[in-house]
Design a protein around this ligand. Structure first.
Ligand code: TYD
Length: 209
């Protein structure tokens, strides 16, 4: 991001691609190296955000696609203003599960809204804030489904969508990464957690200078 002295890293990928595992590994490594680390996520990541998260993930019944997109954007606006920017201004490394690329992929390609409009909406919401690095854990939706099925947790609204929805989400992510190769690091989520963690560390080391 342009303002602030910290480093902002987001993790993206389909449900079940291992983002949380990688965020935890990277947070541990950065903390051991003496960096101040803020772990956060969208949706959620602030008190208001947790309320919005509850609606978008657990509301029973339909939410109109544009309303869903606006709820994610509202969460993002508040999160960036009250959590992310202050942490970057303090010089911390912000390690975040999901950001605007999730909206372009899920609300844009998944719900078939206009991806460019969704991106513009998020950029308006955050006054143009973009991460220094976005790690995309790319996984075939069938493999992701197997991972989620072996988990005990019930599916949330988005996870319950069909494989076709998740294929569109994956394709959208890959297009976003192609369009901004300097921001994205794309890794095969089928590799071992240790291999993925090592590849992320190489890139993060070069960012931290
Ligand atoms: P979460 O429980 O954080 O899942 P995961 O472990 O897969 O990250 O749920 C987040 C869900 O919200 C996920 O299915 C993707 C969806 N989502 C959107 O549809 N749009 C967005 O802008 C964001 C941030 C998330």
């Amino acid at each position: 991001m342009t303002a602030g002295r910290g480093v902002w890293i987001t993790l993206e990928g389909g449900d079940g691609s291992g983002k949380t595992t990688q965020a935890n590994l990277l947070a541990g490594w950065l903390t051991d190296a003496g960096h101040g680390v803020l772990r956060t996520r969208e949706p959620g990541g602030s008190e208001v955000g947790e309320l919005i998260r509850n609606i978008v993930l657990h509301h029973r019944g339909d939410i109109a696609p544009r309303a869903e997109a606006l709820l994610y954007a509202a969460d993002r606006a508040h999160h960036v203003a009250t959590v992310v920017r202050p942490a970057l201004d303090r010089g911390e490394v912000v390690l975040q599960d999901r950001y605007l690329d999730s909206s372009v992929a899920y609300q844009g390609a998944g719900r078939v809204l206009d991806g460019d409009e969704i991106r513009e909406l998020s950029l308006w919401a955050t006054e143009g804030a973009l991460p220094d690095l976005t790690v995309l854990l790319d996984l075939d939706p069938e493999a992701a489904r197997e991972r989620l099925d072996s988990d005990d947790k019930p599916f949330d609204r988005l996870e319950a969508e069909k494989t076709e929805f998740h294929s569109r989400v994956r394709d959208a992510y890959l297009r976003l990464a192609d369009a901004e190769p300097e921001r994205f690091l794309v890794l095969d989520a089928a590799a071992s957690a240790d291999e993925i963690a090592a590849a992320i560390r190489v890139r993060v080391e070069s960012l931290l200078g």
